[in-house]
Design a protein. Structure first.
Length: 135
């Protein structure tokens, strides 16, 4: 299942994501992974979450994001939840590419029976119609 947390910068998306991650860690029977651009979540997310700074892997763009996620899943089949903070920033602000990536991530979530949550710095009205069902 894919879920989007949307809103402009400063609207509380990251705080909501941190709360979701920490709550998930209490109930998950598998691995919880969070991708972020930078290291701002380091002290807020419980240590049991696998926190990955995508900048360390020179990850820029939607297709690279999808490939990175697919690679993570190919090496670890017990991931139950994947969180990505700043998804649109990772996708270089390209909404069209982000939309395609989101659909592919939804397919991965269905295939591997996992939850994927993305934060997106857009208002719901600015989101492409096809993505509004994930809010």
């Amino acid at each position: 299942m894919l879920k989007l947390i949307v809103g402009k910068k400063g609207s509380g998306k990251t705080k909501a994501l941190i709360n979701m991650i920490n709550e998930t860690l209490e109930t998950s029977n598998g691995c919880v992974v969070c991708l972020e651009k930078g290291i701002k979540l380091r002290y807020d997310v419980n240590y049991r979450c696998r926190l990955i700074n995508v900048d360390e892997y020179y990850l820029y763009g939607a297709s690279q994001l999808y490939g990175f996620v697919a690679g993570i899943l190919s090496g670890n089949h017990d991931i139950t939840d994947l969180y990505i903070d700043g998804t649109l920033r990772i996708c270089n602000g390209d909404v069209e590419s982000f939309e395609k990536c989101a659909h592919h991530l939804d397919e991965l979530a269905d295939r591997y029976k996992m939850n994927i949550v993305l934060t997106v710095s857009l208002d719901a009205e600015e989101l492409p119609e096809a993505l509004k069902k994930y809010i």
